[in-house]
Write a protein that binds this ligand. Structure first.
Ligand code: PXG
Length: 460
């Protein structure tokens, strides 16, 4: 019994729908898995399989699926005023309420918000705002924005340029001018000759080296995720962020915290920068601000930049039709109601975060796992050919993708980034559900191990 006629859906999918970041021809060969329903931390496909969604949709669904209050908020707002713009001396109530609410939730000194529809548009806004700021300071030569290899900041021309993925730059002549990339603070991926603490300091100083190489008078900003998400859940050593803060302070450079993943409780604080104690000037957000129920993103603008833009700047020639979309903002408000009522950042920080860390890091005893770490509700592990030496697999074997497919078959959504397996479950997850999750991960690692042995890809 297949009430959805999966074969027909798959055929029409491959005939008409160009998926993001997808080899359409390869996908057409076996057909997409069609997801039809969600409830709590689980989703169901068209053939009735239940999956534990340990990726929260795509780092979005913080409050879990099936929360009626968000649907009701959208319904109410659509009947009242589905859309109006905020361009020509007008404003809509939900956007005002959300901007006020975000200013309260944000770290001190963030009193203004610019709304977009996505994280990519948020980071394009950052590029324009940063460069405008320096123009207004009488330093128009400060144009260079530094980011990191394997950082992910989106897929628009600006977002993809900031992103540190060379395979993205290879398509479309990117990056745009005056963007530079430094190395990522991935201790396990280094030669591990130093302690994580020493490595963290050295990785932060790559920023200083680059600033000096470019010329401090040309550097406008440094943008980074508190924990790199799409780059493979790269949790920096504790020494990293304080040293970065020292460096940006020393050269007067703006710090941008891209919190599209780390914002709204994921690391156990409302914003990831609060976990690390950094003081960014701009914060990009998206995803969990609405738990992904409706698209919304934006930039929290700290007083340093906001005061210049507002007091000296005149008109900022930038904006989107849907900046401050009333329905999206109404849904965000309902989402934040739930987050605040349940104090989800604290639930992550004091309860499920430490519990996940203990369970997930115990996987390091598995013969396929070289390293496993978690912070808040993000976690990543490295699949390796030899856990003692940390020798990686030949990338051509695509061991991560093999493991991911095995996870799907076993009812678990876990993502592969190369040979790193990563999770970011909904923040509402409970301890028993974490037990179920870790049990599933272990079973999938066992099956991956068995399959690799059959292929003869493991030393005996
Ligand atoms: N910044 C960060 C840190 C992100 O994670 C964006 C910006 C762009 O947001 P939009 O809303 O424009 O997609 C993101 C998005 C993955 C994956 O493979 C991650 C994202 C998007 C697509 C895939 O993990 N993050």
């Amino acid at each position: 019994m297949d009430p959805f006629d999966t074969a027909d859906l798959q055929a029409r999918d491959s005939a008409h729908f160009l998926h993001p970041f997808t080899d359409t021809k390869a996908l057409s060969g076996h057909g997409a898995r069609i997801i039809v329903r969600g409830d709590g931390i689980f989703i169901w496909d068209s053939q009735g399989h239940r999956l534990l969604d340990a990726m929260s949709g795509l780092w979005c669904v913080a409050i879990g699926y099936g929360q009626r209050r968000l649907a009701d908020a959208a319904h109410r707002q659509m009947l009242e005023l589905p859309f109006y713009n905020s361009f020509f001396k007008t404003a809509v109530v939900p956007a005002i309420d959300l901007a006020t609410r975000l200013s309260r939730l944000a770290p001190p000194g963030f009193n203004r918000v610019f709304f977009t529809n996505s994280g990519s548009e948020g980071n394009d806004t950052v590029i324009r705002m940063v460069r405008r700021y320096w123009d207004l300071q009488g330093q128009p030569g400060r144009k260079v924005i530094l980011s990191r290899i394997n950082g992910y900041h989106g897929s628009t021309m600006g977002g993809a340029s900031l992103s540190g993925m060379d395979y993205m730059h290879a398509q479309g002549g990117l990056p745009i001018p005056d963007i530079g990339h430094i190395g990522q603070p991935y201790w396990y991926g280094s030669d591990r000759a130093e302690s994580p603490a020493d490595f963290g300091l050295r990785a932060a100083r790559w920023l200083e080296d680059r600033i000096l190489a470019v010329g401090p008078e040309r550097v406008a900003a440094f943008i980074a995720e508190p924990v790199q998400g799409a780059g493979g859940v790269i949790i920096p050593p504790e020494t990293y962020w304080p040293e970065v803060q020292r460096i940006v302070d020393r050269y007067g450079i703006l710090l941008v915290s891209d919190e599209v993943i780390c914002g709204f409780g994921r690391l156990g604080q409302w914003f990831g920068c609060q976990h690390y104690g950094t003081r960014p000037d701009l914060i990009t957000f998206a995803k969990a601000v609405t738990s992904g129920y409706i698209p919304l993103g934006g930039v929290l603008v700290g007083d340093r930049v906001a005061n210049a833009l507002v007091e000296q700047g005149g008109e900022f020639e930038h904006g989107f039709t849907y900046s401050g979309h009333p329905t999206a903002c109404a849904v965000a408000l309902a989402n934040l109601d739930i987050m605040e009522e349940q104090d989800l950042p604290r639930h992550v920080r004091e309860d499920v975060g430490p519990y996940l860390k203990a369970g997930f890091e115990s996987l390091v005893d598995h013969p396929l796992v070289g390293h496993a770490e978690a912070l808040g509700l993000v976690a990543g592990l490295a699949l390796v050919a030899d856990p003692v030496s940390g020798r990686p697999f030949d990338p051509a074997l695509s061991v991560g993708l093999l493991c991911r497919d095995i996870c799907f078959r076993n009812g678990l959504v876990m993502r592969a980034v190369g040979d790193r397996m990563i999770i970011a479950p909904p923040l509402v997850i409970t301890r028993p559900q974490i037990d179920e999750l870790i049990g599933l991960v272990r079973r999938c690692l066992d099956e991956t191990h068995a399959e690799l042995r059959v292929h003869g890809w493991l030393a005996d």
